[in-house]
Design a protein around this ligand. Structure first.
Ligand SMILES: Cc1cc2nc3c(=O)[nH]c(=O)nc-3n(C[C@H](O)[C@H](O)[C@H](O)COP(=O)(O)OP(=O)(O)OC[C@H]3O[C@@H](n4cnc5c(N)ncnc54)[C@H](O)[C@@H]3O)c2cc1C
Length: 753
C-alpha cells in the first residue's frame, strides 16, 4: 500500500507498423496534441512488418516539440549497450532532453538468434541486462576519469571514451516480471515498466515489494524507482464493460487506487485508436491528476524527488531542498547526485555548493533567483566557470549555472549580427562563427564563458583590430534581482545597457547578448619564446615593439621564472588579424628583436584554432592570488618592478595583454569599462598575497586603473580602480535601482547609491 509520490505522467504505446509509417507518426503527434507526455513504441528488430524503433524515435522527436519518446521496451540483445548509450545521448541532446530508455532482457529468443543475436538462457539474459545498464551509465558518466572498460562475460569492452553526456538524466526503465528481473529493477533501474497483458494486477504488490527490498539493499530509496504500467486490452465506451472498459470517469475511478495504493505514476495507453488517445489525454489524465493531487494533499504524501539516504545526508543547511521550483527540479544537482562532481568546481576555484540550479530559459532564471533569495546562503552565477575575480562556485550556497543556455545563432549573415546564450563558451562561438567567415575577439581561452566576458570586457587576440568584446554588443538580455526580464540596448534603457558592459555582474543575470561579429577569415599567428634573463630591458623592448605595431596586431606575453636554475623565459603570442601574409610578416618581424629568441613559429590559422580548448568539467585548479592593472607604456620603472616580481619568484607568472587601437576608439564614458587609453593589461599570479603585494604596491601608483577580471581582490579598496569616477557613481545609481538588496555581491560588489 504505497504511493511513492511521483508526479503523474501519461503516454501512448504505439505499434510501429512499416505498412503505414505516416500513420504511426501521426498517432505520436496526436499524443502530443492530446496533452500526453510520452510516446512509446514496441521494438522487434527481427520483424520486417515493423519500423526500426530507434530510427522512429528520432523521427518522432524531430516532428514533435514537447513529447518524450522511448522504446517499450528495446530489444537489448540486438542493440549493443555502448552503441545504444551513445545513440540515446545523441538523440537526447538533439531533442533537448526528450528521450527515455525502456529496456528488456530480450524475449522472442529464437527470432533474436535468427538475426544473429546472442544465445542466452533466461538467467544469462538478466545478467547481460545488468552488465548493459552499468555500461550505459558509464558511457553517460563523463565526469569520471578514464575510459569505459568492462571484462563482463556478455559485453566485454576493452576501452572506449566516455560521452556524450545526455541533455538530461535519461531514465532507464525495465520491462520486468520475474523475481530476478524485479530485483534488478530495484538495484539499478529508474523505472519498472510491465504490461497489463503479462502482469496480473494482483501481482503488483509483490512486484513492488521485491523492487523496494532490492532498492534498499542497494542503498537506494525505493522512491527512486518510478512505477509505470502499459494499459493494454482497454477501451473507451459509454457503458461499463469491465476494468478500463468504459467511460473516462470509470477509468479515473479505477486508476486512482493504482496510484494511491500501488504507486503507479505513469500510465501508458496501449493500442492505436486516435479517439482513445484523445480521451485519455483530454479527459482521463487531467481528472486523475486532480484526484491524486487532492488525496495527496489530505494525506501529506511527500512528492519531491527521491534521493538515497546517503544523498540526503550530504545536503547542506539553510537550503529548502523540497521548495526547489518544479521547473528547475529535474536538472538541479545536489551534493549526493551522480552529476555533482561535474558541476561543483570552477576552472580555478574548488567548491562545495549545496545546490546547483541549471535553468534553461530566462523565466527559469527568474524562478531560480526568487528561490535563491529566500535561502540564507551565498548565491553565485556561473556561465563558463572561468571566473577569477568572481567565483562561480561556493561552499554550501546556491549556484545558478547558465551552461544550458548556450545557443549560438547567426541572426544576420550580411552584417554578422549574432545572438549568444551566456552559457556558451567562446571556443564554441569561435568555431561556429568561423565556419561562416565571422569572428568575435574574446579572450585567449576557449573554455571561458560568454557571460563572464560579455559583462566585463574581453581582452582578446584581436582587441586592437576589433575592440573589446563588449564594444561590439548591440543588445543585452538580463534578469534583474527582482525577477524582471529585460532587453536593453542603445534605445531601451541605455543607462542599464551602458552598465552591463563592464559591470554586468552587479546588475542582473545576463541570459543572452546580441553582438556584431567581424568578417574574419584566417589570421596569422606568430609564437615567440624568448630568453628573458635580462628581464627589465627585454620587457621595455618588447613593450615598445608591440606599441609600435599596426593595429591589426595584438600581442600577449607570458613571463615566467625559468626552470632548473635558468633565468626567466617569456612566450609571446602575436596575432595579425588578417590574411595578408606579407603585411603580417612585416608586422611580426620586429618582435624577433625584443630579446634572444629561443624558438619562433608563424602560421596561418583560423581564429578558433588560437584559443586554448575547453577540457571538460572543471576540476578547480586552485584559487591563485592575482593582481591586475592597466598601464600605458612599459616604462623603465614598471619593467624593473615586474622583473623583480618574477626573478624573486613572488609571481610565478605575469601576463601582458595588449589593448589600445580599436579599444581606444571608444570614449571612456561609452561603457562601464572606462580605461580606454591604456596600452597593456598586466596580470600577476602568485601563491602568497603578502609577497606579491610587496611588488604590486610599488606598481600601483603607476597604474591606470584595472581590468577587474584578473584580480582576486574584490573589496571596496579596489572598486575605484576598476570603476574610476564618474563611472562608479553612475553604477551606484544603477545598483540602487536594479539591485538595492545587493543580491549580486560576489564579483566587485558595488554599494547602491
Ligand atoms: C584560463 C583563463 C584565461 C583567461 N583569459 C582571458 C583573456 O584572454 N581575456 C579576458 O578578457 N579575460 C580572460 N580571462 C578572464 C575571464 O574573462 C573572466 O574570468 C570571466 O569572468 C570568465 O567568464 P566565465 O563566464 O567563464 O566565468 P564564471 O566563472 O562563470 O563567472 C565569473 C563571474 O562572472 C559573473 N558572471 C558570469 N556570468 C554571468 C552572467 N551571465 N550574468 C551576470 N554575471 C555573470 C559572475 O559574477 C561570476 O561570478 C581568463 C580566465 C581564465 C581562467
Amino acid at each position: 500500500m504505497t504511493d511513492y509520490g511521483h508526479h503523474l505522467e501519461f503516454g501512448t504505446f504505439l505499434t510501429p507498423t512499416s505498412r503505414d509509417p505516416e500513420h504511426v507518426v501521426g498517432l505520436a503527434e496526436r499524443t502530443e496534441a492530446a496533452g500526453l507526455d510520452l510516446a512509446t513504441f514496441q521494438d522487434h528488430p527481427y520483424n520486417p512488418e515493423l519500423l526500426d524503433t530507434w530510427t522512429l524515435l528520432g523521427w518522432v522527436a524531430s516532428r514533435t516539440e514537447r513529447l518524450r519518446v522511448a522504446g517499450n521496451v528495446l530489444n537489448l540483445p540486438l542493440r549493443h549497450p555502448t552503441v545504444l548509450a551513445r545513440a540515446a545521448a545523441g538523440l537526447d541532446l538533439l531533442s533537448r532532453g526528450r528521450v527515455e530508455l525502456g529496456l528488456g532482457a530480450g524475449g522472442f529468443r529464437e527470432a533474436v538468434q535468427g538475426m544473429g543475436g546472442a544465445r542466452r538462457t533466461a538467467g544469462e539474459s538478466v545478467d547481460a541486462l545488468s552488465e548493459a545498464i552499468d555500461l550505459i551509465r558509464a558511457v553517460w558518466d563523463v565526469d569520471s576519469g578514464g575510459e569505459v572498460r568492462s571484462s563482463g562475460p556478455h559485453y566485454p569492452v576493452p576501452g572506449t571514451p566516455r560521452g556524450p553526456r545526455p541533455h538530461h538524466d535519461i531514465g532507464i526503465w525495465l520491462g520486468a516480471y520475474k523475481p530476478r528481473m524485479l530485483g534488478l529493477v530495484g538495484a539499478k533501474a529508474d523505472g519498472w515498466l510491465p504490461s497489463l497483458g503479462y502482469l496480473d494486477l494482483a501481482d503488483l504488490p509483490e512486484g513492488n515489494r521485491i523492487i523496494d527490498e532490492s532498492a534498499e539493499a542497494a542503498g537506494r530509496d525505493p522512491r527512486q524507482v518510478r512505477r509505470l504500467l502499459n494499459l493494454t486490452g482497454t477501451s473507451f465506451s459509454s457503458v461499463s464493460r469491465g476494468f478500463l472498459q468504459g467511460p473516462p470517469e470509470q477509468w479515473v475511478e479505477q486508476l486512482l487506487p493504482l496510484v494511491l495504493e500501488q504507486g503507479v505514476a505513469t500510465f501508458v495507453l496501449g493500442g492505436d485508436d486516435p479517439r482513445a488517445i484523445d480521451l485519455f489525454g483530454r479527459e482521463v489524465a487531467p481528472a486523475l491528476r486532480e484526484a491524486v493531487e487532492g488525496e495527496r494533499a489530505v494525506k501529506g504524501t511527500p512528492t519531491g524527488p527521491a534521493r538515497p539516504v546517503a544523498a540526503l545526508a550530504a545536503r547542506r543547511p539553510g537550503i529548502d531542498y523540497d521548495g526547489v521550483p518544479a521547473a528547475l527540479r529535474d536538472l538541479a544537482v545536489e551534493p549526493g547526485d551522480g552529476g555533482y562532481t561535474g558541476v561543483r568546481h570552477g576552472y580555478m576555484q574548488r567548491g562545495r555548493p549545496g545546490l546547483v540550479l541549471r535553468p534553461t530559459d530566462p523565466e527559469q532564471v527568474a524562478e531560480a533567483l526568487a528561490y535563491a533569495r529566500e535561502q540564507r546562503v551565498p548565491l553565485n552565477v556561473r556561465s563558463g566557470g572561468h571566473g577569477i575575480s568572481g567565483a562561480s562556485t561556493n561552499d554550501g550556497g546556491i549556484v545558478i549555472d547558465l551552461g544550458r543556455m548556450n545557443g549560438i545563432r547567426l541572426l544576420d549573415p550580411d552584417t554578422g549580427r549574432v545572438r549568444l546564450g551566456t552559457g556558451a563558451r567562446w571556443g564554441d562561438v569561435a568555431r561556429t562563427l568561423g565556419d561562416r567567415g565571422w569572428a568575435i575577439s574574446s579572450g585567449d581561452h576557449g573554455g571561458v564563458g560568454v557571460g563572464g566576458i560579455a559583462t566585463t570586457g574581453g581582452i582578446g587576440y584581436m582587441s586592437r583590430a576589433h575592440g573589446l568584446t563588449i564594444d561590439r554588443l548591440t543588445a543585452v538580455e538580463l534578469v534583474t534581482a527582482d525577477g524582471r526580464l529585460l532587453r536593453v540596448d542603445q534605445d531601451h534603457d541605455p543607462e542599464l545597457f551602458w552598465g552591463t558592459r563592464g559591470a554586468g555582474a552587479n546588475l542582473g543575470v545576463v541570459t543572452a547578448v546580441e553582438i556584431e561579429a567581424a568578417p574574419v577569415g584566417n589570421v596569422v599567428l606568430g609564437r615567440f619564446v624568448y630568453d628573458a634573463s635580462a628581464t627589465a630591458s627585454f620587457l621595455r623592448a618588447w613593450g615598445e615593439i608591440a606599441d609600435a605595431a599596426p593595429r591589426e596586431v595584438t600581442a600577449f606575453l607570458t613571463l615566467g621564472a625559468g626552470r632548473g636554475g635558468q633565468g626567466p623565459v617569456a612566450q609571446a603570442m602575436v596575432v595579425y588579424a588578417g590574411e595578408d601574409t606579407d603585411a603580417a610578416v612585416a608586422a611580426l618581424e620586429p618582435f624577433l628583436k625584443a630579446g634572444p629568441v629561443l624558438d619562433q613559429r608563424a602560421q596561418v590559422a583560423p581564429y578558433a584554432a588560437l584559443l586554448v580548448p575547453h577540457q571538460g568539467p572543471h576540476e578547480g585548479h586552485g584559487t591563485p592570488v592575482s593582481r591586475s592593472g592597466l598601464i600605458g607604456e612599459t616604462t623603465p620603472e614598471i619593467a624593473e618592478i615586474v622583473a623583480a616580481m618574477i626573478t624573486s619568484g613572488d609571481s610565478y607568472f605575469t601576463q601582458f595583454r595588449q589593448v589600445g587601437g580599436a579599444v581606444d576608439d571608444m570614449a571612456p564614458e561609452a561603457t562601464a569599462y572606462a580605461h580606454r587609453s591604456a596600452r597593456f593589461s598586466v596580470a600577476a599570479l602568485g601563491a602568497r598575497a603578502g609577497r606579491l603585494d610587496r611588488h604590486w604596491s610599488a606598481l600601483e601608483p603607476r597604474l591606470q586603473g584595472m581590468y577587474l577580471s584578473f584580480d582576486t581582490r574584490t573589496g571596496p579598496e579596489v572598486l575605484a580602480q576598476a570603476f574610476p569616477e564618474p563611472t562608479l557613481s553612475r553604477l551606484r545609481a544603477l545598483k540602487a535601482v536594479h539591485d538595492p538588496d545587493q543580491v549580486f555581491d560576489q564579483n566587485f560588489p558595488i554599494p547602491p547609491a
